[in-house]
Design a protein around this ligand. Sequence first.
Ligand code: ACM
Length: 531
Amino acid sequence: MLNSVFSKLTIIGSIMMCFMYQSCTNAPSIDISNEALIPVPSKVEATNSSFQLTSSTTLNLIGDEKELTPLAKFFNNRISKSTGFELKVSSKSGVSKGINFVINNESKNGPEAYYLEISENQIMISATAPVGIFYGIQTLIQLMPDAIENGTLQERDWFIGTGIISDSPEYAYRGVMLDVARHFFSIEDVKKYIDYIAAYKMNGLHLHLSDDQGWRIEIKSWPELTNIGGKTQVGGGKGGFYTQEQYKEIVAYAAENFVTVIPEIDMPGHTNAALASYAELNCDNKARELYTGIEVGFSTLCTDKEVTYQFVDDVIKELAEMTPGEYIHIGGDESHATAKEDYIPFMNRVQEIVLKHGKKVMAWDELSISNIIDTNVVVQFWDSAENAKMGVSKGAKVLMSPAKKAYLDMQYDSTSPLGLHWAAYIEVDDAYNWEPMTYVNDLNKEDIFGIETALWSETVTNLDEIEYMMFPRVTAIGEIAWSKAENRSWESYSNRLAKHGKRMKNKGINYYESAKIKWEVDAVKENPIKG
Ligand code: ACM
């Protein structure tokens, strides 16, 4: 008798516990503080249970439906191939069971900040703007089992660890440059590149659209630029260019992924393709031959001729009209064939042209020897710390892209099959172990516009090769740009990257398997697999 009363009490007790703590599901315990999140978030608190994503999980939108619907679509697209689920989406007035995207005004950390709260019954991502929700989604996807990255249906359970993540970026601008001039890449490749960078919360795509070897953007008022200048590339392949419609398609796709395109027309040097297209841009009125080698520093626009400024004006005008982003990059690097006394007035005048067309100026660090004509000018430090400091002393901000750390086209080591090494060999730890704040001394945080990594394409010819040079180093630079210095360490990053390898592998990314990382690609993730 006593026994049976006792057992009834135990059953009632466990039912009460079940209601109080919602522990009546058999949710496996997952510790989200052990998840391989890159870039590392500002704050992670694990509560060691799990949410199960199923085909009947609903996606609840709380806020402007027009803003949130594309994010629901993005999330469904990201998970549907592996899970087979197409989550039902509906607008709600408050948070309820399922996954909730919430726009509110509570965050003080800017539009890119997000708050992610996961409990057994519901997930909430809140932010003040859609971009914050987008970054919360990127984190949520990294919290899902690695199999989410398989492109085919996976028969398994989808558990996500519970806890709270609050996160915001350290630098407002976090970019990646792609050189489409030395080798041309298709729109599909560029879109893939955008997917890759957005996954690590990077928000700038700097397209290097012209160089000695190719002119890659249609300019209607100067059609030979692409008819002639777009015809080839390094090694003599067929080259190519983007029509204005295609460029707009890239810009729009980037915008859907909260990435801003910064187009670069490099000048007065790195202009052989333009000089081959129009004889009048040369001081001797003789069109140059197309160039398919990889030397630098031999070409220059004729800075004394008025037609050169008409050319620059027309190009910047058309580029500005199809570029919603604030910045136009005017190059200015390695103009060894331009006399300094010609370079300075040329760059001054080109800056004026950019401002006249309603845009802000970005240029490589050599710009600093000319005037800095506006407080919004950004000089991109790649080579000379002296130039970076001179730029700041003249009122510019600095975009940090040190070639010795942030150039993705540098070989990893002397055995790398692709890449160059004129700046350095850059192993994964080299790419990770530097501090933007102290790399150039005497700079203050306010002087730094952001961080950008760069992929020049002298030796890179297709998407597979882009992936090999990009991964995993882009994840290192992405973390430096997003995460707080006090949360970053090589030990932590390299451990997370070791686990992240499985995810890259599942995505089909051709990454470099650095010997510096103890890859766990064969390790089975802790989430239970069905069957
Ligand atoms: C550069 O690497 N020439 C900017």
